[in-house]
Design a protein around this ligand. Sequence first.
Ligand code: SF4
Length: 399
Amino acid sequence: MTSTWVEPSNTATALLLLGRGSDPDTERGVECPGDLPAPSDPDLVARAAAAKAKLGSRVFVLGHHYQRDEVIQFADVTGDSFKLAREAAARPDAEYIVFCGVHFMAESADILTTDAQRVILPDLAAGCSMADMAVLGQVEAAWDTLTELGIAGETVPVTYMNSSADIKGFVGRNDGVVCTSSNAKRALDWAFEQGSKVLFLPDQHLGRNTAVLEMGLSLDDCVLYDPHKPGGGLTAGQLRAAKMILWRGHCSVHGRFTLESVNDVRERVPGVNVLVHPECRHEVVTAADYVGSTEYIIKTVEAAPAGSAWALGTELNLVRRLALAHPDKQIMFLDKAVCYCSTMNRIDLPHLVWTLEELVAGRVPNQITVDADTAHHARVALDQMLALPGAATPPPVVA
Ligand code: SF4
């Protein structure tokens, strides 16, 4: 059986205007100060190649798996966010790290690289809607609530890698740990050795799926803390009884898949394997055949036998690339509608060309810096992750 990639139908999902206005409370919405080349410029590929060649080993371009092909072609390495941050840290000779991903990823790279290295995000409007769902002031207010109830001391904060440096810093200051979608169980095992409760930020789905499907907790052990409601919308009794306090955050890409998507593809394609990311909703993950991080999804598809059929519940750029790379397998998108990460897609070839040409001209655009105090505490939480039992193996992977 061979497959021909069929593009899902278009959807009315709104994209925020690119690089317009300012929204200081989120990771996105900062105007791009430069004159971007027109997307129609036929010389964009040649211009990017020429600028990159001029910069040589002074520049290292990182490309997240969810980036567009037009950008990925210029990446020196591709991967998930944590792999890319580590790759950046492993290149201390590279003066400029151009991070084709989203804002929190560039922050992590800045934390893990030397002071002499500059981390650059080609479009400052490339944020992450999930990371934006946990703002430091909200998390501190939640912690105050737990403190007033006398349960903060027994609560260990755990944050997903997909969070801002501020949140990682909060977690480091409060003796918690960062986790990824691959090591979430190990992080929770460790956290429950330190305390009797976990405050899990910012992705409710990864927290719930790991707690229930991998740790043996029940759905009743989990409560959902809504930062927009007083006390998270929970009673003191609910917070005291809970083992997992899940932050009300989610990924706007993986959160779109539904149980209907799974049932529908099973009806349309008999024998299909459904493989989804743990950022998907609990009912989707429960109905799937396989669940795992971005790297797990890639490896599983690569290892699958020719002729097998796979419906993938993850970002569309990656699914399309996998389908085109494995024409001997039937690889399809789990949903019928397009499901890009709109913020990832803000980084396009014009932004990359502009970034590289600015560097050639001796100007450093869109540098991402994390202040020293935040970086110190965030590093504590990241180091705690690296010290988790079993973490000696190559580090885990994230969306
Ligand atoms: S795919 Fe989801 S978690 Fe990843 S950057 Fe996009 S919105 Fe954030």
